[in-house]
Design a protein around this ligand. Structure first.
Ligand code: C5P
Length: 401
């Protein structure tokens, strides 16, 4: 995706500039060409000679350089790129960008460009959280400036918090994602996914059924997130109030058996995410409405097929990545680990659905990602954010680069 892309890299003055040589190396390894503008303060952290050697191009530093302007005017410099990447982006350069200042070559190029801009902020945590910086960030985002990072961790100033520049692989991934999107592609383009969502309804007689409290919000959000990343998604949904997601093939079903059949029909697939709350039992359906005294007949239950376990069975059609959900009220992690093995799936997204968590029907979810490697605790996120994070993880697992 980065082959032959022209990147104008603006290096402003922060200690994170020491990561820039590696960034240039990795970009060039992927076939991108990199041309650098180094600000005056950036040059305190990394030398123009280093950047020139690694990029194989002249490094531009001075707005009023007669030779530079004769060779390549600052306007041309800002336009002869597919994207401008500011890394590191200091609080100062973000403020200048937000205000439209143009008092050096970097800010002039940023104001004169007609190309997309991405920033990788890096600064002290207090500078990052300062309302001025946050307001500038919002202004920049409202102008479609892409932002990668920062992340939390130890900062060079000795403090701990948000403000570390995104690591090189993250910046590369963000650039890759940007170019994929611009071509209507995503990291999951070419891959097929099956997602189950919602409850199932198991009829008892013509008027009654067994159901559960699943809203389908999480499963539908997963289908949407996978589709946004380019996957060809079949969403097999039980009865929900959720709208069919755009760009997704939706198969509406009612019972677990119908869900099983729809999933089997959708095979082969590369990815399965089983988010549905499938009823474990189905009553033997009566043709006529049962009378009050027929309780025993109503609960003549038989076990439903386990869709997740069936799809995860080893064999030539096994999808590459099978993800289940485990909604529990007790022993969350232990049960999830047991399910991982028992159902032969690759990951389990475990969530506590005890009374009071508000997960069923709510908009947020607190989940743990259980894999063979261990357990990751995710913070409480909107169901949409859980879905996006899961889709990102799936993309990384299937396209390690
Ligand atoms: O065993 P349990 O129902 O707790 O497992 C939950 C996981 O298994 C979920 O991913 C759910 O979608 C899936 N499942 C299934 N078919 C069933 C029961 C559960 O696909 N009959």
């Amino acid at each position: 995706m980065l082959e032959n892309r022209r990147i104008l890299l603006i290096v402003s003055g922060g200690i994170a500039a020491v990561k820039v040589p590696d960034l240039i190396r990795r970009l060039r390894e992927r076939g991108a060409s990199v041309r650098c503008i180094l600000t005056k303060s950036g040059a305190e952290f990394v030398t123009p000679l280093t950047l020139a050697s690694l990029s194989g191009e002249k490094v531009y530093q001075d707005l009023f350089s007669l030779t530079d302007e004769a060779e390549m005017g600052h306007i041309r410099l800002s336009r002869e790129a597919d994207i401008i990447l500011v890394a590191p982006a200091t609080a100062n350069i973000m403020a200048k960008m937000a205000a439209g200042l143009a008092d050096d070559l970097a800010t002039t190029a940023l104001l004169a460009t007609d190309k997309p801009v991405m920033i990788a902020p890096a600064m002290n945590v207090m500078m990052w959280t300062h309302p001025a910086t946050q307001a500038n960030l919002q202004t920049l985002q409202s102008r479609e400036v892409k932002v990668v990072g920062p992340s939390a961790g130890d900062l060079a100033c000795g403090e701990v918090g948000n403000g570390r520049m995104a690591e090189v692989p993250e910046i590369i991934a963000a650039l890759t994602r940007f170019f994929q999107k611009s071509e209507g592609q995503g990291p999951l383009t070419g891959l097929k996914a099956i997602v189950t969502s919602g409850p199932t309804h198991e009829p008892i007689d013509p008027v009654r059924y067994i159901a559960n409290r699943s809203s389908g919000k999480q499963g539908h959000a997963v289908a949407t997130a996978l589709a946004h990343m380019g996957a060809q998604v079949t969403l097999v949904s039980g009865p929900t109030h959720e709208a069919d997601p755009d760009g997704v093939k939706v198969v509406h079903v009612e019972t677990a058996r119908q869900m099983m059949k729809a999933c089997s029909d959708a095979l082969p697939a590369d990815i399965v995410v089983a988010a549905a709350a499938v009823a474990d039992w189905a009553p033997a359906v009566k043709d006529q409405k049962l009378k009050k005294g027929d309780a025993a007949a109503a609960l003549n239950l038989s076990e439903n097929p386990d869709i997740l376990a069936a799809l995860a069975q080893a064999g030539p059609t096994r999808p590459k990545l099978v993800v289940g959900f485990a909604a529990e009220t007790t022993n969350l992690i232990e049960s999830a680990k047991a399910k991982l093995t028992k159902k032969n799936c690759d990951w389990i997204v475990a969530n506590d659905v005890s009374k009071g968590t508000g997960v069923f029907g709510g908009d947020t979810n607190t989940v743990h990602l259980v894999t063979a490697k261990g357990v990751e605790d995710w913070p409480t996120l909107s169901k949409r954010a859980v879905a996006e994070r899961l889709a990102e993880r799936i993309a990384t697992a299937l396209n390690p680069s």
